[in-house]
Design a protein around this ligand. Structure first.
Ligand SMILES: Nc1nc2[nH]cnc2c(=O)[nH]1
Length: 169
């Protein structure tokens, strides 16, 4: 590809990214006005909006209802699949570890964010704190994570592997 075509492609991509990030940021700010957290996200495929999401943690009494997770759930419902390969998640803020893992599980092609974990920290959110936590030994966490390996612990996986009709994901 020539340098000219490459830079034209990059410019078009930057314009597309800016457009969808603007919508994600708009959703985030609207959510604050409605009493929710300052996070919004959209899922896009081939230039088409598939789904939108806003943070619903306090509204739904659901600590996992982050904007990205809400958008991923809505997108999966919209396309009737549990994977989002070929799609991009645009989010108003860097995904926290939960949202990043959800993006990996959803098999998204790409994640694009505007504000970052430092902006979130300024707002009083623990995103950066949790990234730092994952980098440390679990023994240093405030939450105990204990492994109790019972004799039958592997049984569900035996059942899974023996299940010919299973749906892999
Ligand atoms: N990226 C992101 N970080 C958060 N931290 C708390 N809630 C959220 C959310 O919805 N999205």
């Amino acid at each position: 590809m020539s340098d000219t075509i490459e830079s034209a492609d990059a410019a078009a991509q930057a314009e597309t990214d800016a457009k969808w990030l603007a919508r994600a940021i708009e959703l985030a700010t609207l959510n604050v006005a409605n009493g929710g957290g300052p996070f919004g996200a959209v899922v896009v495929r081939d230039g088409e909006l598939i789904a939108e999401g806003q943070n619903r943690v306090t509204a739904n009494l659901d600590p996992t209802a982050h904007a990205e997770v809400t958008a991923i759930r809505a997108a999966c419902q919209a396309v009737g699949q549990f994977w989002l390969a070929g799609m991009t998640l645009y989010t108003s803020c860097e995904p926290c570890p939960l949202c990043l893992a959800a993006s990996l599980w959803a098999r998204l092609d790409r994640v694009v964010f505007a504000a970052d974990r430092d902006d979130a920290a300024r707002g009083g959110f623990d995103d950066r704190e949790f990234y730092e936590l994952f980098a440390r030994d679990r023994a240093t966490w405030g939450m105990a994570v204990d492994s109790v390996r019972t004799e039958n612990a592997p049984e569900p996986f035996d059942a899974w592997l023996e299940q010919d009709a299973r749906t892999d994901y």
